[in-house]
Design a protein around this ligand. Structure first.
Ligand code: AHR
Length: 867
């Protein structure tokens, strides 16, 4: 893969400028070598990476790209980390370039990366050192005689320290050295954009040329990727409707994955608590704490969403005798006379429907008083009391009390009031209100309308619980599935790295149950023993991963997950599944290990351990590896190389790209080596500035999905990301489905996913599209994919037109290989900026399909019914 990228960079010179231009380049008498300055700047808080400038005579310098980063630091969070401070570049014995740099002014850590050619940079490492106050201005020197690299740094107190290494993997402990041993050869050079400080090397002209071409290729690609429909009037001025002749080679059908379209659920944007999880009480366990938001919000405490109404009582949080150690806080309501009530305002209010039943429950203990009667009311500001019931708390141990409430009126602004009917003290915890009408009527279930909207996509799998949530912000924030099963009060809530709280009410059992309920394969993702590289909690980046002496336990947890999902009821974890109400196995076949992690030695060691253990104990489970957060670059290359080396059967690719990227990369998977791992495109979406989900982004995704179907022999699964977003609580845009407490608002992108999800097949019928217009900009915006669903024998033709004019498709019906006579045609069309569109479905006779107009900016799906 690395070679492919380098080759394409070299070929670019020929492709973009033509052979003559390259030869002309030689004629201008290029030097055989030049001076190269390697430097970084403090712009963008030092995050712009390693820059180069060249000079023939050390007088006149030329920057290669303005602030263009040939390698960027990937240490720590996006906010104030990812800095490359004073990089220091040397050429080592083997000709490879070695670069070290400082990361920040606080930590005892520096960074290293190496490159064979200054263009491709290998994995980064962040060695920790034990001496000094911090690591400032590290320099690296190669000692030829000892075949050793010395990394010498200074610190805040002006002392000097050194570590040595032969391989940049293991280092000697840092020792203090005299100042004279710190040799920093950096020079300050006047560049066109201002002074820059770095190291000057004499390099072959070919090296400079390669750097320049890399930069130019990037610019060229960026200009392609920034193509938008708003330029279409100009780009396609005078364009006439296009004629398309579509020929299908049904006889050359190839099998493709029947799991191509699924969903990726992450508790982001209030997708779980306050979203899909149907619980209506917010902070039911009184477990919110300021650290859920990293201490930024002082109101984010155990009392969040709770208030005391009336002046005849007090409300305090206690933790002396909790319902469970994992749920240490509870409320103590002290009432001097009836009239005081503890009030929960839900997630932006509680929405209830007239005549529907709501199940109330509370864990309670009467601490003092004559009786423990507690009136429970649903009260609307506008409508008054909607429903009420009474429960009885008693002294002694915690008991769960139940009541059911049936509102007399529909309201979206209800709150839940708990009013003791006698003076005394009541301890209350796990205060819960669930609609009885959850999805499929499940207890502790999911919000019916939201779950149904997901089910309507007919997703073939569900990936959960993240995303970043799966690997967490710091080791302490890694998602552990065992914390999310069993009685609700025994589950271990956790800070959600998206800045809120996870009650874990929606836990692994509920995820598995949901998958089964919608006929989707479960695809859990566990951390690969490392937290997110963007972590900031407890240090920066991957922080060394889970310590090796704890890895056996962590690996065992993952093995136990398989037992929980698939083991017999006589096994330890299978028994727990049965106790939760599901003796039958959940038929788990896939486990994702890692989430777009930085591919480091720390990652590799832990990933390999987990994969080995899974392979040995559960060879039937497909391990899904990870190849970084982008469609190219170091993690992608290193991730793929590692997967190939370890024989990982499938890898998870992620890329969020502009629509232009999707338009210009429809051959992305055509080039993939079929003998290597299969692909799970686990996160993707087309991103426009402002991040709307509109017809333009949706059609770019549709266009791309036709190419994914064509490559359904190597791409096994795909999932748009993210899935859900609650209005007013959205940390990430665009999303597939927006919602509030009363409405579900599927996007145009959702409609595309639904068209592909409901019209998937398991055989791909190759087709060719010939247009009467041979402009590349035109042909790249018309795409066709034909599949057959062997279960129904239906043949499905998907046609996407991202042009501002109609395309008249001429379809050779005989070549479709079906004798079906009736079809359903579904068309999604509109203006590129449309955010709300509904596809239109019509029944058509197959004979009418020989000629079909594909409207401007449209996606058309024709499903020819099999016999
Ligand atoms: O989908 C949103 C986030 O994007 C995911 O949590 C993460 O994996 C990716 O960076």
């Amino acid at each position: 893969m690395k070679k492919v990228m380098m080759l394409s960079g070299m070929l670019f010179g020929v492709a973009l400028f033509g052979t003559t231009a390259v030869e002309a380049g030689r004629l201008v008498n290029e030097p055989d070598s030049a001076y190269l300055l390697a430097y970084s700047t403090t712009k963008n808080n030092g995050k712009n990476g390693l820059h180069f400038a060249w000079s023939r005579d050390r007088q006149k310098w030329h920057s290669i790209g303005n602030e263009f980063g040939f390698v960027k630091s990937d240490y720590g969070n996006w906010g104030n980390q990812k800095r490359m401070v004073t990089p220091y570049l040397v050429k080592g014995a083997d000709g490879a370039w070695q670069c070290v740099w400082g990361l920040n002014e606080q930590e005892l850590v520096f960074a290293h990366a190496a490159s064979p050619d200054l263009v491709y940079w290998g994995r980064q490492s962040y060695p920790m050192v034990q001496a000094g106050k911090n690591v400032l201005r590290p320099v690296v020197q190669y000692d030829k005689n000892a075949a050793t690299y010395h990394i010498t740094y200074t610190d805040a107190s002006g002392k000097y320290y050194r570590v040595t290494t032969k391989n940049f993997k293991t280092y000697t402990p840092a020792v203090e050295v005299p100042a004279a041993q710190y040799k920093n050869n950096s020079q300050t050079i006047a560049l066109p954009g201002g002074d820059a400080t770095g190291q000057v090397h004499r390099v072959a002209w070919a090296d400079v040329d390669r750097l320049q071409k890399t930069y130019e290729l990037k610019q060229y690609k960026n200009s392609q990727y920034s193509e938008r429909t708003e330029q279409d009037a100009q780009r396609f001025a005078g364009l006439k409707p296009v004629e398309a002749k579509i020929t299908v080679a049904a006889a050359k059908a190839k099998p493709i994955s029947d799991l191509l379209v699924g969903v990726f659920f992450e508790d982001l944007n209030y997708a779980a608590d306050g979203g899909l999880y149907a619980e209506l009480v917010q902070n039911r366990g009184f477990e919110y704490k300021p650290s859920d938001k990293k201490g930024h919000d002082k109101s984010w405490t155990s009392t969040h969403s709770w208030t005391l109404k009336g002046d005849k009582g007090t409300f305090a949080i206690d933790s002396v005798a909790p319902v469970h150690p994992n749920n240490p806080h509870y409320a103590v309501l002290h009432t001097t006379a009836p009239g005081a009530a503890l009030v929960n305002t839900g997630f932006d209010g509680i929405a209830v429907k007239k005549g529907e039943r709501y199940n109330f429950s509370v864990m309670a203990k009467q601490l003092e008083g004559k009786n423990g009667k507690l009136q429970v009311r649903l009260v609307s500001e506008k409508e008054g009391v909607l429903a009420k019931a009474t429960v009885n708390a008693s002294p002694g141990s915690w008991k769960t009390l139940h009541a059911s409430l049936v509102p007399a009126t529909t309201a979206s602004d209800a709150r839940l009031e708990l009013e003791p009917l006698a003076a005394g003290r009541l301890a209350l915890d796990m205060v819960s209100l669930f609609p009885q009408n959850t999805f499929k009527g499940r207890k502790n279930g999911l919000r019916a309308d939201l779950a149904q909207t997901i089910a309507d996509l007919q997703p073939r799998f569900v990936r959960f619980p993240g995303g970043c949530v799966a690997h967490g912000d710091g080791i302490g924030n890694i998602y552990h599935w065992k914390n999310t099963i069993g009685p609700l009060e025994a589950r271990k809530p956790q800070r959600n790295l998206w800045g809120y709280h996870q009650s874990m009410g929606l836990g692994y059992f509920e995820y598995f149950q949901f998958c089964e309920d919608i006929g989707a394969a479960p695809v859990p993702v566990v951390a690969a023993g490392v937290p997110c590289q963007n972590s900031s909690d407890g240090g920066g980046g991957q922080q060394g991963g889970i310590p090796m002496d704890q890895m056996d336990e962590y690996v065992q947890d993952i093995l136990d997950l398989v037992e929980y999902a698939n083991g017999s009821v006589n096994t330890k974890w299978g028994k727990k599944r049965a106790e939760a109400g599901h003796p039958k196995p959940f038929n788990l076949k896939y486990i994702g290990v890692g989430n777009e992690d930085l591919i480091t030695d720390v990652f590799e060691e832990r990933f390999a351990m987990i994969q080995k253990a899974l392979n040995e104990k559960y060879p039937e489970i497909t391990v899904i590896g990870t190849v970084g957060p982008f469609s190219e670059g170091t993690d992608y290359v290193e991730g793929w190389e590692l997967a190939t080396q370890l024989d990982v059967p499938m890898v998870d690719e992620h890329y969020y790209q502009p629509p232009g990227w999707f338009i210009h990369n429809q051959d992305y998977y055509d080039r993939y080596d079929r003998s290597k791992a299969k692909v799970y495109l686990g996160e993707y979406a087309a991103h426009l500035p402002g991040r709307p989900n509109n017809l333009e982004t949706a059609l770019a995704e549709a266009l791309y999905l036709t190419s994914v179907e064509r490559n359904g022999d190597v791409v096994h699964m795909t999932s748009y990301a993210p899935l859900l977003a609650k209005e007013g609580h959205t940390q990430w845009n665009p999303d597939m489905i927006y919602f509030n407490n009363t409405e579900v608002k599927p996007t145009v992108g959702y409609e595309v996913q639904k068209l592909f999800g409901r019209n998937s097949g398991d055989e791909y019928l190759p087709s060719t599209v010939s247009l009467d217009n041979n402009q590349e900009a035109v042909s790249k915006r018309v795409a066709v994919s034909v599949v057959r669903d062997s279960k129904t024998n239906d043949v499905i033709v998907k046609m996407v037109n991202l042009l501002p004019v109609p395309v008249n498709s001429n379809l050779d019906l005989k070549a479709l290989g079906t004798t079906g006579t009736s079809a359903v045609k579904t068309t999604l069309q509109g203006k590129p900026g449309d955010r709300k569109l509904q596809p239109v479905e019509t029944d058509v006779a197959v004979s009418e399909l020989a000629q079909t107009e594909l409207p401007a900016y449209s996606c058309t799906v024709i499903r020819v019914k099999g016999n």
